[in-house]
Design a protein around this ligand. Structure first.
Ligand code: 2HA
Ligand code: ZN
Length: 275
């Protein structure tokens, strides 16, 4: 068995390369984690080593006790993951209390998991509960146009959601719950993890002001596609605002309601205000 040939590892590596190709991972920007299925663990467990020390997570995630995660490394560059997976990504096991982790594969030469591990794990815990175990992927990326918008739009869920929905017809269907917005906060700590996980009870996406996107999904395609759709919509909004501060026409509130009916999604009323 070659661990690097497993589908879940291949999917993870491809997502790192795709994100870099989009320009969302300058230097060591961004991070990705995947909550492994039992079958994933069974398929690769024979190469795990249980020698490395237990370390504090920096958050309590009791509902993730004994789970395994594939994670990007702290300070590692997404563009290097494909070239040398074992030194840039790794698998960690969470202990039975949900307060410690240890590395069982990869992250060679003393590397450690992403600095955003507390945010990722707290949000995995929220999403595991909220989706009955369906969500497995948490992704953070430095999307240029979304970041640009956080300097000119009010940092409110209602404003970001509505503007992004109006910029591309697919948007209300792709993220019907909307997006949450986190004000600027120090990255990597518990505070941003807590603020984000409050929003992720309601949304699959949180926008971190002046920093990027944080999002969750059931698999690599859905999660990458979510970030891609939001960034595309943000790019259209940036282009539009560069041409004119006012829209001559847009998708109207009643048209958003028709879209929701046609595609069988529910759009929260708080986003369907008249302007
Ligand atoms: O450098 O993106 O938010 C990794 C990050 C921290
Ligand atoms: Zn970041």
């Amino acid at each position: 068995m070659n661990i690097l040939e497993q589908d879940f590892i291949q999917g993870f590596i491809r997502m790192c390369s795709d994100g870099f190709a989009q320009g969302w991972h300058e230097r060591n920007g961004g991070n990705l984690t995947y909550r492994m299925k039992d079958e994933d663990v069974k398929s690769v467990q024979s190469v795990f080593s249980y020698q490395r020390e237990w370390e504090d997570i920096g958050a309590e995630v009791p509902k993730l006790a004994n789970e395994y995660f594939l994670v990007t490394g702290s300070g590692k560059y997404f563009r290097n993951v494909e070239l040398n997976p074992e030194s840039n990504i790794g698998i960690v096991e969470i202990d039975e209390t949900g307060t410690k982790y240890h590395i069982v594969w990869g992250l060679t030469n003393g590397a450690v998991p992403t600095s955003e591990l507390p945010s990722h794990l707290m949000n995995h815990e929220v999403k595991k509960q909220a989706t009955d175990g369906e969500h497995r992927v948490i992704y953070h990326c430095h999307t240029t146009n979304v970041i640009a918008l956080t300097f000119v739009l009010p940092l409110k869920d209602e404003i970001f959601t509505r503007e992004l929905w109006e910029m591309a017809t697919e948007c209300p269907v792709v993220f019907p719950a909307g997006v949450g917005v986190v004000p600027w906060m120090v990255p990597g700590g518990k505070d941003i993890a807590v603020a984000t996980s409050e929003l992720m009870k309601e949304y699959d996406v949180a926008i971190w002001a002046h920093h990027g996107i944080f999002c969750s999904g059931s698999d690599f395609d859905i999660t990458f596609g979510l970030a891609h759709t939001i960034e595309k919509s943000a790019e259209i909004l940036v282009k539009m605002l560069s041409m004119s501060s006012k829209k001559l026409q847009t998708i109207q509130t009643d048209e958003l309601r028709s879209l929701a009916d046609a595609f069988h999604v529910t759009l929260p009323e708080k986003f369907l205000y008249e302007k």
